[in-house]
Design a protein around this ligand. Structure first.
Ligand code: ZN
Length: 232
């Protein structure tokens, strides 16, 4: 950057300081996307230290998992909601890589997660992908893959059709319906591998359950789950 450009960008950032995506305070020159105070004080779950955590329990009796994890607790009106809003609706896709790195730094210290071979994001609806231009879970997967020394498999798990309206269906019918929605394009490379399935926010877990059930049809596949946030 030449001197003139640099003065100009300093001037622009004086007028429009870059804000922390979580607390919305001005960032310092050496900070990027999330301020240092937030990086230290966001509501981390530390589920990588607790095998029978509340996310793991959501899947008990439904699908067999090696381990389950969420990086943050999601509190409505809080910093994680700001962060997810910037990430999903304001086009700040770099947040995904940063959160993937933060999660990866924790998971690489865990015996189960550190043995993951592939990281697969929950695929987005085609229409949603066109609107947003990126799959937020894929950005998270790429950040994680780097720290875990695993491969991000972005396009292998796909949505075969848009989900029909679910309001008049029973829970089981809804689950059956979701099962039809997902398929694996190249299952061969996932045989006997440990796959980490990732999503942005886990609430009921029904989408992760349907994706997981689809992946678990592959012989010898071991499945774990990681999300950015857990919402009660
Ligand atoms: Zn902040």
């Amino acid at each position: 950057m030449n001197l003139q450009r640099s003065y100009l960008s300093d001037f622009v950032s004086l007028l429009f300081p870059e804000l922390c995506a979580a607390c919305r305070e001005s960032l310092l020159a050496n900070e990027h996307l999330i301020c240092t105070a937030c990086i230290y004080n966001l509501p981390y779950t530390n589920f990588h230290l607790q095998a029978d955590n509340i996310v793991a329990r959501q899947f008990w009796g439904k699908i067999p998992l090696e381990a389950a994890y969420a990086l943050f607790y999601f509190n409505k009106g809080g910093k994680i909601q700001n962060l997810m809003h910037q990430f999903k609706y304001k086009g700040v896709k770099q947040i995904g890589n940063l959160l993937g790195s933060l999660a990866g730094e924790q998971l690489v210290k865990n015996d189960i997660f550190s043995n993951v071979d592939f990281i697969i994001p929950v695929p987005l609806h085609k229409k949603r992908l066109q609107q947003r231009g990126y799959n937020q879970s894929a950005c998270f997967a790429e950040g994680l893959a780097e720290k875990l020394n695993a491969l991000a498999e972005i396009d292998n798990l796909v949505r075969s059709k848009a989900t029909e309206t679910q309001t008049h269906k029973s829970r089981f019918e809804r689950f059956e319906n979701m099962l039809e929605v997902f398929s694996v394009k190249a299952p061969g490379k996932l045989i006997n591998k440990h796959v980490l399935l990732v999503d942005d926010v886990v609430t009921t877990g029904s989408t992760l359950e349907a994706c997981g059930a689809c992946l678990l049809k592959i012989p010898g596949l071991k499945l774990s789950i990681a999300t950015i946030a857990y919402a009660e």
